[in-house]
Write a protein that binds this ligand. Structure first.
Ligand SMILES: [Zn+2]
Length: 131
């Protein structure tokens, strides 16, 4: 079976606690393809202690080129593992989130939309901000 999509994968090299090198990422990509995945949206941690978004974007471009050169049939998308902490929920000016699409493509701002009216508060006490 093939055609699976992985939306939570630390495949990008040297941006978080996932793949350490480009070679590691290529080996992981081969394993994913062998398991039936055709698309991955690597989800690097979007926290201040990890690589900033410009580095993540550069690694994504590098990995796409390396996959093509190595003839590994795996498509990559944009993604991030955001943590819904107070800084994230303060709004688009507090921190620029990494999203499946660029913030501009989402209609402006930092990509965070306010929660819908009447949205329930989860037991953790954190609000979900429309993600
Ligand atoms: Zn993760």
């Amino acid at each position: 079976m093939s055609g699976f999509v992985d939306l939570h994968c630390h495949l990008l090299p040297a941006v978080d606690d996932g793949a350490r090198t480009l070679e590691d990422a290529l080996e992981m990509a081969r394993a994913l393809v062998d398991l039936g995945f055709s698309t991955v949206a690597p989800s690097p941690h979007a926290r201040p202690e990890y690589a900033p978004v410009d580095v993540v974007e550069a690694r994504l471009v590098e990995l796409k080129a390396a996959l093509e050169q190595a003839r590994i049939p795996l498509s990559l998308g944009r993604n991030a593992e955001n943590i819904l902490d107070d800084a994230f929920l303060r709004g688009p000016c507090a921190r620029t989130p990494r999203t499946a699409r660029g913030a501009e493509e989402q209609g402006g701002g930092g990509g965070i939309r306010p929660p819908p009216p009447g949205q329930p508060v989860p037991p953790s006490g954190r609000r979900v901000a429309g993600v």
